[in-house]
Design a protein around this ligand. Structure first.
Ligand SMILES: *Cc1c(COP(=O)(O)O)cnc(C)c1O
Length: 553
């Protein structure tokens, strides 16, 4: 019983032909949106993202049908649906008051350039479908290699475009980059040897028998990113084979602990085939002592990988690049361009010091990726890949190294400024001092801070737990009210006997975030706190009873 709905489009050969050949008219819905976005993206997002959050369960109702439509929609009609239900309930990650994410505002030029990228729709897996994009991507990898390792010009002339070598891999993000690095490290550790054709060919089981290891592990600080666990999992080692090493009061790995662990493993005939240094932890932005880790890796014969997904861009700054000293001794380095290099999501890289290292994962196929071809796909985990490298290439040219330096320096100095605001404020406590542009802090009224110093262990724990709840509450309330956003995490600060503590986490990478905004964020938090102390009376009662008890003594 067909009910004819005149408002619906029809799936006809003509209409299909139309969507492939006729552009959206300037006065059409999408045409108008395009214009608005190119003229003022921020205004567009301000207008279309709803000020108040809808509960997720409500949003899910708009996305609840599993039916693929039997009838097509008109573009304009569907666009309205997307604006209403999707855009309105998305997150304004580029807002200068949203200082809790690692994604920030993007330069405008990237939008039309992305359109060129999508329009060309190149596939970087092989030259046949990417042509000049392949040399461009190889050049980008060379530029990043140069940023880390500073080889002579002749080095890059020799290796950048060499068919059987690769200075690294461009990929969708830090996770794939880390997996690729450890994949190369694993295959190098279990390489072909005599009759044994290598782990890549014969698998882990036979490799372990051949080499006679009891187990295979990777060492990283307890602040290491969770993607490393995924890596040991997909590499067939299991998540337990990522061994966390204690950190010091600045969230940096304790080198002595790592050395002790390496000795212990050696005695047990367990092969630590890689150690990972973190250059910018995701939670606090601290950097491991890379020079010392490089020494350890050399001494114990491990692959040395540096996860600089977040902090790698600091190398652009002549002022701050020394924070990453020792990174030039890493065998491989992960850098995310979609974090502090300000390109859109989907741009990660792993760079290898030695251009021959990636042969450990080289893969050939007859119909593509023939031996001796310059196809990038023979050294990447991913298959089909977009021309994303073009956006990074354009940014490196348009912004330039000194431009990036200004962005990086400004971010770090902004974090230092925010840290001083927190330190001067009687009701907030800085938890982690910013090394890069990340810091953590929490709300704790001045009198409660006094009480904490006097409390016995039991009272102290009770008070700290109440402060945890409060921090959580403030963060949630602030997010829901939609004006500004900081994130929240739980860390184990040494200063508080490694007690798991809830803290605000702030990332100051958005160049449009002003000092005024930062003051506003603290004011808003204090306002929420004042109101909520009524619903959290415990903090005040406990505080007062501890302080009175002291007076009485
Ligand atoms: C972000 C991040 C990753 C993961 O990168 P994705 O791009 O999210 O896959 C890995 N390590 C560190 C230190 C990071 O900050």
């Amino acid at each position: 019983m067909a009910v004819v709905d005149h408002k619906k489009a029809d799936a006809t050969q003509e209409s299909l032909h139309r969507i492939f050949t006729v552009p959206e008219a300037p006065e059409s819905t999408l045409g108008r949106i395009e214009k608005e976005i190119s003229e003022n993206l921020n205004a567009f997002l301000q207008t279309h993202i709803a000020a108040r959050e809808k509960p997720l369960a409500e949003i899910e109702k708009d996305f609840s049908s599993a039916d693929i439509p039997e009838r097509p929609s008109f573009v304009s009609e569907h666009t309205h649906f997307l604006l209403d239900k999707l855009v309105a309930q998305s997150v304004h990650t580029s807002a200068p008051t949203f200082i809790g994410h690692m994604t920030s505002a993007l330069p405008y030029f990237l939008m039309p350039l992305s359109k060129i990228m999508i329009g060309l729709n190149q596939n970087l897996v092989k030259i046949e479908t990417s042509k000049a994009f392949t040399p461009l991507e190889r050049q980008v990898l060379g530029m990043l290699h140069n940023l880390i390792y500073h080889e002579e010009d002749a080095f890059y002339q020799q290796w950048m475009h060499s068919a059987n070598h690769s200075l690294g891999a461009f990929c969708s993000g830090g996770t794939i980059a880390n997996i690729t690095a450890l994949w190369v490290a694993r295959n190098s550790a279990l390489k072909p040897d005599g009759e044994f054709k290598g782990v890549a060919q014969e698998g882990l089981f036979k490799a372990m028998k051949h080499y006679g290891y009891e187990d295979l592990v990777v060492l990283v600080s307890e602040r290491g990113h969770y993607s490393l666990k995924k890596a040991t999992d997909v590499l067939g080692l299991g998540r337990d084979c990522l061994i966390p090493i204690k950190t010091d009061s600045h969230n940096r790995v304790c080198v002595n602990e790592m050395r002790a662990k390496l000795d212990e493993l050696r005695q047990k005939n367990i092969k630590a085939f890689a150690i990972v240094g973190v250059a910018g932890t995701t939670e606090t932005g601290n950097i491991d002592p890379l020079e010392d880790l490089a020494d350890l890796a050399q001494e114990y014969g491990c692959h040395f990988h540096v996860d600089a997904a977040w902090g790698g861009a600091t190398l652009m700054s002549n002022t701050y690049r020394s924070l990453l000293k020792g990174i030039e001794r890493a065998d491989s380095v992960t850098i995310d361009a979609h974090k502090q290099l300000y390109v859109p999501m989907g741009a990660g890289m792993v760079i290898f010091k030695n251009p021959a290292l990636m042969t450990a994962i080289e893969h050939h196929a007859e119909y593509i990726l023939r031996k001796g071809s310059k196809d990038l796909g023979s050294h990447t985990l991913e298959g089909s890949r977009s021309g994303m490298a073009m956006l990074l290439y354009a940014s490196l040219n348009i912004i330039s190294r000194p431009g990036y330096e200004m962005l990086i320096n400004t971010s770090i100095e902004k974090a230092q400024y925010f840290a001083s605001l927190i330190n001067e404020h009687p009701d907030f406590e800085l938890i982690s001092e910013p090394e890069l542009c990340l810091l953590t802090y929490r709300y704790a009224p001045a009198r409660t801070q006094d009480a904490l110093r006097l409390a016995d262990p039991e009272q102290r724990e009770e008070l700290l737990a109440a402060l945890d709840d409060m921090t959580k509450f403030i963060q949630k309330r602030q997010r829901e009210s939609g004006k500004s956003f900081v994130s929240r995490t739980r860390i184990t600060p040494e200063a508080w006997d490694r007690r798991l503590t809830t803290v605000f986490r702030v990332v100051l990478a958005n160049p449009l975030t002003t000092e005024q905004i930062l003051k506003g964020v603290l004011e808003e938090q204090q306002e929420i706190a004042k109101q909520s102390l009524i619903s959290f009376p415990k903090i005040n009662t406990l505080t007062e009873s501890i302080l009175n008890q002291q007076v009485a003594l």
